[in-house]
Write a protein of this length. Structure first.
Lengths: 477, 663
């Protein structure tokens, strides 16, 4: 079969490394596209270390992660097909980002793997013993039941409702297209005087309605953001010049002394991730190394990581040493943040006890959207500061009223992918209709979108369109 | 009349299915007899006087491409022709012709009479002769699903004779157990007062066939001169007539076309119907049969869609030599007095003289899940079934099945593999696969929306899709095949030429500006045209094939920048070149899907697979698979209740079996 499948193949949860596995004829193409500086000749079974990027053919591609790329040429592989392993960092976030990049690489025939599909392919390609057939069936069954369980629970939940609503709108559109195509001479509404007038300009009408549907799909995809928060937590990145008190803040928020706090600048050389719970919402606190010019190689890497962490942050917490005038290093941080143009910003002016050289106004004049808190991150004042920051985080995310567990969320990368497929197909349909391309061609794209949405809630495409046609329209001789 | 009591193949019924089945069988060399209760019923059109329409027109083209008769016959007898959906793309262009009913019947009768090896016999078939000893199927331990109980070896007739045959094809239409309803009035009858076949249905029930009742209906017929055409809107045929048959592609048709007429019901019509709805046979409880949703009676329309203030109806002539007019859209089972009352509220029909009232008809048919994809019965070997008997509706659906049943009966007798068309090959494939895989709870009508590969299944490429297959399977004549080869060669050569042909860059851009800007002046606004001009000024040169992909450019337009290498093609060849190139890009989107399905379709499932013994299948899947016994994994995947996981389990199972057997 000409398809290439991909999936995260390490267990969920934070591990040292995580693997995205790809099987199928496009494996090598994916490696070339996603590995920055991929050599022209790729030796099978050779470990290549490099940056994972969305598109290495672009001039300045965005780095997703650093990883080891391992290409195996079929049939000498687990599945018997060409395979690629991308071994990245173990965090869910980066693995998902890699997988997403693989399936939306734009290379033909690449899709997410079905449950148990790697094993199935391996068996069908003769890579497994006959006696293992039963075991293969068990694996497929177990995995399918698991994903059916997820689909089942989505059916009940608000995602299910939202998807059903969108599908119903599409069903109306598909039904009307079907009537338009299959009953060209039928008058389906009273107000028109002749069948010819009725069908006039139906395509611009369809375009408008498809636009509504797309915006609903996009809303749903945006809710994936909240879904990710429920799953992985809010990423709150703490930044500031060395020794401003970032680690103290992190410790205060965590309520325990996990990060080494000393007076020597640059103690935290790497990013440190910890998860705390703020107002019931998991918050991933990322303590970063300071941003400053340095010759220290290790620290340089830390600083690079900091910039990356900031780019992926949901909330940035900036820490200033309020007892000293804002200096060059603070300036660097400020410039960086200004450039980032992030909305969710908390500025903490620390070391109040040592004197108030920096005022709220000083910070606000540079970062007008920031919430500013002046405090001392020692003793009970630190706890008080942590409480106030937690509140701010809650306010910023406006999550006070949302019970995350029951909210309309997309927790599954597969669902997000299916929504993206639907969006893409709807977009295509709109463009086609606008370009005056045939309705039955645009209809096909709408149908694909409809099917993608059906997959989320585990509904098979059946005779729904025709059922809708005959329940809604009075047709026939 | 009967020269010999021994036939290879006996066809029961001479409707659209029976005619195709009989002709295919005789043309493929079998001694064949077609039985009908009345010679007048040969290719009779008991309902609407037209052939084709959306989906149905595609079927006629496919029947023709496989060597069937329907397309040729309507080309001889049409009185109006119209290509529907021309505002849309070529995949859904659909041809429809108004037929002269009487001449349609006459011409088909003539063709049958002229056909060697084919006898047409008036007589009712009362039962099947079955040899129970030769039950071919192995003992089915599951106890579920349809089991083969023997082989058909002949038929018995109402006049007490027994005729033997190697295969029998049932095409009984609405004649089998036919019952006509007009209000309280119930008459045992075939359509249009033809003699029904009453005993065969009972015989089939006794033999264990899952026989059930479906119903359909037809509107009243009115006398031409009693209608007021000034109150209705004229519906004319097309100026340029396109024939159905590939064999008539070069012919020009210069006939006087007859118009149809459009009118509407009104609130008074609806009031009369609703006031008398209790007198309708449908509401009396007399009818047990299930009617089609897409062919509702006027009382159904009025009571289900109460918000509609009017419904449209078309007045269609039934032929040149008859005064009968057919009132499309107004079928009913109300009593005649109510029919008179409501029909006369309609503009144009106020003083209509009704010559035949509307009626509902109920008939026996078989659950198509008891059929194989070859249309052979799972219950009796060598028994094939086609048309309304299989739960379909429509002349074209019937003819398509009749043709396939005829071909496959012959192939079965010769020990050859059956012709089973895939869903990506033909609407015929969609029709039969839907029937035998999903079954149907109402008379089944083809619709283009039922085809997932609609872009591939165009009426313009029916010959390309099916004529080589028909030739291979023996239903296509040498003459047709040679013609097909010639046309295809010319078209392919031209496509190849266009794929590499270019003109110089200046002519290319000037051509685009002329067609996409200058000629669009009235359609597009000034700004768009300016933008297009700028785009064109930066567009690099393209091949003619690429230029043709642009929406407004036609093949004829290209002549402006072409040279002497351009061949002079016929109109159909031009269309084919244009459509193939224009659709190329769209079709690619479907190819992946098609390949996936072909892969599953190529994995055969044995008829005597015991699904209960396959570990890992869910209970529902086991039951459904046992009942339907799909022929391929592809067919299995379309059964509702069989999940993708079950398909994977089957895939693993098949692989395991294959490897075990290789040991």
């Amino acid at each position: 079969m000409s398809e290439t499948i991909a999936a995260i193949s390490t267990a969920p949860g934070e591990g040292g490394i995580g693997i995205v596995r790809v099987s199928g004829p496009a494996s090598l193409d994916i490696m070339r596209k996603m590995m920055s500086g991929c050599p022209d000749e790729v030796t099978p079974r050779h470990a290549y270390y490099g940056k994972v990027v969305a598109d290495s053919y672009e001039s300045d591609p965005e780095t997703i992660d650093e990883a080891v790329f391992l290409y195996m040429k079929g049939p000498a592989s687990y599945t018997g097909e060409d395979m690629l392993e991308i071994q990245g960092h173990g965090s869910n976030v980066s693995l998902r980002a890699i997988l997403r990049a693989v399936v939306s690489s734009g290379i033909d025939g690449v899709r997410m793997a079905e449950p148990g599909e790697f094993t199935k392919t391996a068996f069908l390609n003769g890579k497994m013993d006959l006696t293992q057939a039963e075991a293969v069936i068990d694996i497929i069954k177990a995995k399918t039941e698991l994903s059916l369980g997820i689909a089942e629970s989505q059916k009940e939940g608000r995602l299910g409702d939202a998807v059903r609503d969108i599908r119903s709108m599409l069903l109306d559109i598909l039904a009307e297209m079907a009537v338009d195509i299959d009953y060209p001479e039928s008058e389906v509404y009273d107000e028109y005087d002749s069948p010819e007038e009725e069908s006039k300009d139906s395509s611009s009408e369809f375009v408008n309605r498809l636009r509504w549907v797309i915006s609903d799909v996009q809303d749903l995809m945006d809710s994936a953001y909240i879904g990710r928060i429920a799953r992985e937590g809010v990423r709150a990145v703490i930044a500031g010049k060395p020794n401003a008190g970032k680690s103290s803040l992190m410790n205060a928020l965590l309520g325990e002394g996990r990060v080494i706090v000393t007076d020597v600048p640059g103690t935290t050389r790497d990013t440190v991730e910890e998860t705390a719970s703020v107002a019931g919402i998991p918050i991933v606190l990322v303590d970063t190394a300071g941003l400053r010019e340095t010759e220290d190689q290790v620290e340089k890497i830390g600083i690079e990581r900091t910039t990356r962490a900031l780019a992926s942050a949901d909330i940035v917490i900036l820490v200033f040493d309020g007892s000293e005038k804002l200096d060059e290093e603070d300036e660097k941080v400020l410039q960086f943040i200004e450039k980032m143009n992030t909305g969710n910003l908390i500025a903490v002016i620390n070391k109040e006890d040592l004197g108030r050289t920096v005022s709220s106004e000083d910070v606000l004049s540079r970062l007008p959207d920031a919430s500013v808190i002046s405090t001392s991150l020692i003793g009970s004042a630190a706890n008080e500061a942590a409480r106030r920051i937690s509140e701010k985080i809650g306010e910023i995310l406006d999550l006070g009223n949302i019970d995350v567990r029951e909210s309309n969320i997309i927790t599954n990368e597969r669902h997000l992918q299916l929504l993206r497929n639907a969006e893409m197909n709807l977009d295509e349909a709109i463009v086609m209709l606008q370009n005056g391309e045939p309705m039955e061609v645009a209809e096909l794209s709408v149908r694909y979108a409809f099917n993608s949405l059906g997959t989320i809630i585990g509904e098979e495409a059946g005779d729904e369109v025709l059922d809708r046609v005959f329940s809604k329209f009075c047709l026939g001789k | 009349m009967i020269s010999n009591d021994r036939y290879n193949i006996i066809v029961i019924g001479a409707g659209h299915a029976g005619c195709e089945a009989g002709l295919a069988s005789a043309r493929m060399g079998m001694r064949t007899a077609i039985f009908c209760t009345d010679i007048e019923s040969v290719a009779m059109m008991p309902c609407n006087p037209s052939i084709g329409g959306t989906g149905k027109g595609h079927l006629v083209r496919e029947i023709d491409a496989l060597g069937g008769e329907m397309g040729l016959n309507i080309d001889k007898t049409f009185i109006q022709s119209k290509m529907l959906n021309t505002s849309k793309g070529p995949a859904v262009h659909s041809l429809r012709a108004q037929a002269d009913k009487h001449r349609y019947h006459q011409e088909m009768l003539h063709t049958i009479e002229q056909q060697e090896r084919l006898d047409l016999i008036a007589g009712e078939i009362t039962g099947l002769v079955v040899d129970k000893e030769t039950a071919a199927g192995d003992e089915d331990t599951s106890g579920q699903g349809y089991r083969c109980t023997g082989r058909v070896t002949g038929v018995t007739t109402a006049d007490g004779r027994t005729l033997s045959a190697d295969a029998v094809i049932i095409c009984t239409g609405t004649f089998l157990g036919g019952k006509i309803f007009i209000g309280d009035d119930v008459t045992v009858s075939g359509p249009a007062g033809m003699p029904p076949a009453c005993e065969l249905g009972e015989n089939l029930r006794e033999l264990g066939f899952p026989v059930r009742r479906f119903k359909t209906g037809t509107p009243a017929r009115m006398l031409r001169d009693t209608l007021d055409y000034s109150k209705m809107k004229e519906q004319k045929g097309d100026d340029h007539i396109v024939p159905f048959s590939f064999m008539n592609e070069d012919k020009t048709y210069d006939i006087q076309q007859i118009s149809c007429w459009l009118s509407y019901t009104n609130e008074e019509t609806h009031r009369i119907i609703l006031d008398n709805i209790h007198r309708s046979a449908m509401y009396s409880g007399n009818i047990v049969g299930v009617g089609p949703r897409y062919c509702p009676s006027i009382e159904d329309k009025v009571s289900r869609f109460t918000d509609r203030k009017r419904h449209q109806l078309f007045v269609e002539p039934e032929g040149l030599d008859t005064d009968w007019m057919y009132i499309q859209g107004m079928s009913s089972s109300l009593p005649e007095d109510v029919q008179h009352a409501f029909y006369s509220t309609i503009p144009g029909l106020e003083h209509a003289s009704i010559v035949a009232p509307a009626y509902a008809i109920e008939y026996d048919c078989v659950d198509p899940l008891s059929l194989k994809p070859s249309l052979e019965s799972k219950i009796l070997d060598n028994l094939f079934c086609a048309g309304q008997f299989n739960g379909s509706s429509g002349y074209e659906e019937a003819a398509a099945q009749g043709l396939i049943a005829g071909i496959n009966a012959v192939r079965k007798l010769r020990g050859e593999s059956p012709l089973v068309l895939r869903r990506d090959q033909a609407y015929i494939g969609v029709l039969i696969d839907d029937l035998v895989t999903k079954g149907t709870n109402e008379p089944y009508r083809i619709m283009t929306s039922r085809a997932e590969y609609r872009l591939l299944l165009r009426q313009d490429n029916a010959d390309r899709r099916l004529t080589p297959i028909g030739y291979e399977y023996g239903s296509v004549s040498e003459e047709r095949y040679q013609r097909y080869l010639t046309k295809t060669e010319r078209v392919d050569a031209e496509i190849a030429r266009l794929r590499s042909k270019r003109t110089d860059i200046d002519s290319f851009r000037a051509f685009l500006v002329r067609h996409e800007c200058d000629l669009q002046a009235g359609v597009l606004d000034e700004a768009t045209i300016e933008r297009k001009k700028r785009d064109i000024a930066e567009t690099g040169n393209q091949t003619f094939a690429d230029i043709l992909r642009r929406p407004v450019i036609t093949y004829d337009d290209l002549a402006e920048i072409d040279d002497e290498s351009r061949p002079s093609l016929g109109i159909n060849e031009k269309t084919e070149v244009e459509v193939i190139l224009k659709y190329d890009g769209y079709i690619r989107k479907q190819i992946n899907e098609v390949e996936k399905m072909r892969n599953l379709e190529s994995k055969n499932l044995s008829e005597d697979l015991v699904y209960n013994d396959i570990k890992g299948l869910r209970l529902e899947a086991r039951q459904k698979l046992t009942e339907i016994r799909p022929r391929t994994l592809g067919q299995a995947s379309r059964i509702s209740g069989v999940s993708p996981a079950d398909i994977n389990v089957l895939l693993i199972y098949l692989e395991k079996e294959m490897r075990s057997s290789q040991r």
